[in-house]
Design a protein around this ligand. Structure first.
Ligand code: UT7
Length: 325
């Protein structure tokens, strides 16, 4: 009997790590009072106590998803000290491109001067960055890319129904980015991911009006009820006690969700991302945006365990412990 045919393959590396982070927030600050001045039937106190948002950023009229991704991506490359010549893969997580094609990633790569990398977009709503990060890590791990640039960028201000006060007050624009490269040891714990497609219709861009809508209370109950066990499993599978987590960076959907998760997970020594207060909910971008700002502010030491938790449209989710850059 003939031996099975084998092919030459790429060479795996022992581990991967986040080499650097970057973020971008548009300069246009929109306070709760600004929304009221624009005619939204709401009040500052309600938004602050029920959601936790004081202000969000909205892109200028001519500022695109790719523009914001470029800003965050170039900062991440600089922070990582990685040359564009050494990037083989670019992944953009977004659900707010103006049209389904072309994807953002090839345009972003061209803007940054990254020559002919593999390039594609990931759409998993608010958990998109987690899926993109793991796709990048897997590609580097098996030797398909030396370094990968992962950017989450969203421009939700273009998809709002300003008469729906339950949603238009929540969403913001922005971008966050990470460069993933090879490491001598693993620094990504196992990702605990999943989805509940039965609830696909609870968070959506409405097909008819092309505006964002969600069943807020259903998603709230799902997030507060189902996501803490995912976070705890991510810690357990990474072999890290929750007491040793130095930072918790969950999706920034609602400050009350974040606080409920912290109570249920039990993170006595972690600094908690509360970027929603001044950035709003930037969907896929919330995690890298918050993480990058925390690292920049010196709130997270290097090579320390950070718990990430993405959740949202799908309903899809992903929890994971990674070591900080
Ligand atoms: O990022 C993707 C994943 N998404 C999430 O995780 C979102 C999860 N859900 C939530 O965070 C919350 O459900 C919301 C922030 C979206 C809404 O908060 P809520 O406490 O669930 O409010 P509600 O929709 O149940 O409305 C409660 C009351 C209503 O008034 P009545 O009927 O009780 O008199 C609303 O009309 O609050 C009123 N309301 C507002 N009042 C002032 C709703 N929105 C507003 C507003 N300003 N913007």
């Amino acid at each position: 009997m003939n031996a099975p045919l084998t092919l030459a393959s790429t060479e795996a590396v022992p581990g991967t790590r986040i080499l650097g982070l970057g973020h971008y927030r548009p300069s246009n600050v929109v306070t709760n009072l600004d929304l009221i001045a624009q005619g939204v039937d709401t009040d500052d106190e309600w938004i602050k106590t029920r959601v936790g948002i004081a202000e969000r950023r909205w892109a200028d009229a001519d500022e695109t998803v790719v523009d914001m991704a470029e800003q965050a991506g170039s900062k991440a490359l600089a922070a990582a000290g990685v040359s564009t010549a050494d990037v083989d893969l670019v992944i953009v997580a977004t659900c707010t491109m103006p049209t389904p094609v072309p994807a953002a990633a090839p345009q972003l790569a061209a803007r940054l001067g990254i020559d002919a990398p593999g390039a594609y977009d990931v759409n998993s709503g608010c958990s998109g960055f987690m899926y993109a990060l793991n796709a990048a890590s897997a590609a580097v791990r098996v030797g398909q890319a030396r370094n990968a640039l992962v950017v989450a960028a969203e421009r939700f201000s273009g998809w709002l129904d300003m008469t729906d006060r339950g949603t238009c007050i929540i969403l913001g624009d922005g971008a966050g980015a990470a460069v993933v490269g090879a490491s001598d040891t693993p620094t990504f714990g196992p990702v605990v991911w999943g989805s509940d497609g039965e609830q696909f219709d609870t968070v959506a861009i409405d097909e008819r009006t092309h505006t964002f809508r969600q069943e807020g209370q259903t998603v709230y109950r799902w997030a507060t009820g189902q996501m803490a066990p995912i976070a705890l499993e991510a810690c357990e599978r990474a072999g890290v006690d929750p007491a040793d987590i130095v930072a918790f960076v969950p999706h920034q959907a609602n400050l009350r969700i974040i606080d409920a998760l912290v109570r249920r997970i039990g993170l006595p020594n972690a600094v908690i991302a509360r970027d929603i207060i001044t950035s709003g909910n930037t969907s896929a971008a919330t995690i890298p945006l918050a993480l990058s700002r925390m690292v920049e502010a010196g709130e997270i030491p290097s090579a320390a365990p950070v718990l990430l938790l993405g959740f949202g449209s799908g309903l899809a989710y992903a929890g994971q412990v990674v070591l900080s850059p």
